[in-house]
Design a binder for this molecule. Structure first.
Ligand SMILES: NC(=O)c1ccc[n+]([C@@H]2O[C@H](COP(=O)([O-])OP(=O)(O)OC[C@H]3O[C@@H](n4cnc5c(N)ncnc54)[C@H](OP(=O)(O)O)[C@@H]3O)[C@@H](O)[C@H]2O)c1
Length: 326
């Protein structure tokens, strides 16, 4: 099998997914600039052509589910080529205020609406997008298990959970996949939830492998963020953190060059080869981005290169914790 068509197990489901997945938040157009349907559909088609079969979306990706609707359009006549993961439990209120709602009736409504938008009768994976810290986890888990038993989803996942929440939820509904943030500089899960997932055969599909494009090393030190660019609000792109990140990029760049790869390809390659990581969710809105990121597949960093990456990361020091839910 060609390396680009490498597959990994999605937990114990028997479903197999590509180690590089397409993150479908950018095509929602909510924070990325210059998004249009033609490019978004071309990005989805290019992903499938590259052997990327794992598509990650959510009920709240778009003011009116634009991401799920685009996936449906791209998959007409070829639904069986993709493993669709969507999420419920987050919606947008007035002034685009994020509403977290993990009540059973809301999860059911989100799931049914997502299936309509996706033009399918089931998804392969349905996540709870995040706990709402009010609804008992047992109630959310129970409803997701019912949706699975009804065939609306083949499996259940959770996102933005602590280890304690993973354990509690798993007692009520088997977790197939966990979706935390993880990349070279955000490695909090290594201390607790990642080992637990490995022990419990839970797939780990990580978001922000490129730290929203930062680790691709294409943003100049003096880059001025457009007011509508969603990245500007994150600490990683400001002040002291920004300077430290740029210094890290300078140290990583020669290693990527030595590999004959781009920084983005090296950052994603590093991510998908960390123990316990199943897939890296690479957000893209244009075909050339996912084409470049698919170049993370089919090769390995040497022990010496990994040691030099470790040294560069150590020199940078721990990154500020940065959480977001999209
Ligand atoms: N569960 C959750 O709460 C949660 C939260 C966040 C994300 N996610 C999922 O994870 C996915 C990934 O997160 P993300 O899309 O926010 O961030 P990401 O994958 O870290 O970065 C995506 C952005 O990086 C830039 N980029 C991508 N490929 C590039 C390349 N080769 N060279 C240079 N820049 C490149 C693009 O920005 P520009 O086009 O603007 O340059 C793209 O929009 C999402 O799409 C979503 O599916 C889930």
């Amino acid at each position: 099998m060609p390396a680009l068509h490498e597959r990994r197990p999605l937990g114990l489901t028997g479903i197999e997914v590509s180690p590089v997945a397409l993150g479908c938040w950018p095509i929602s157009g909510m924070t990325s600039l210059g998004v249009n349907d033609a490019d978004s559909l071309a990005t989805l088609h290019e992903s499938l052509a590259l052997g990327i079969n794992f598509l990650d979306t959510a009920y709240c990706y778009g003011a009116d589910g634009e991401s799920e609707r685009l996936i449906a359009r791209a998959l007409r006549g070829r639904r069986d080529e993709a493993v669709i993961a969507t999420k419920g439990g987050i919606a947008w209120g007035e002034d685009r205020k994020m509403i977290r709602d993990a009540r059973p009736e809301t999860l059911r409504r989100h799931c049914e609406e997502s299936l309509r938008r996706l033009e399918t009768d089931h998804v392969e994976l349905l996540y709870l997008h995040g706990p709402d810290n009010v609804t008992p986890l047992a109630d959310s888990a129970g409803e997701l298990k019912r949706l699975m038993n009804e065939g609306k989803t083949r499996s259940v996942g959770v996102s933005n959970f602590s280890l304690a929440q993973l354990i509690e939820f798993h007692a009520h509904c088997p977790i197939t996949a966990f979706q935390p943030n993880y990349n070279m500089i955000q490695r909090q899960i290594e201390a607790d939830s990642l080992p637990w997932c490995r022990e419990n055969h839970v797939a780990v599909a990580v978001y922000w492998p490129l730290m929203k494009g930062l680790l691709a090393g294409k943003l100049a030190r003096d880059h001025v963020f457009d007011a509508k660019d969603g990245r500007a609000k994150y600490s990683q792109f400001q002040g002291e953190e920004w300077v430290r990140n740029q210094e890290l990029i300078d140290r990583l760049r020669p290693i990527a060059e030595e590999c004959g790869r781009t920084l983005a390809q090296m950052a994603v390659n590093w991510t998908i080869h960390q123990p316990g990581i199943t897939s890296a969710l690479c957000g893209a809105k244009r075909p050339e981005q996912i084409r470049e990121n698919a170049g993370a597949l089919g090769w390995r960093l040497t022990a010496d290169q990994l040691a030099r990456i470790d040294a560069a990361l150590e020199e940078r020091g721990a990154a500020a914790t940065m959480r977001a839910v999209t």
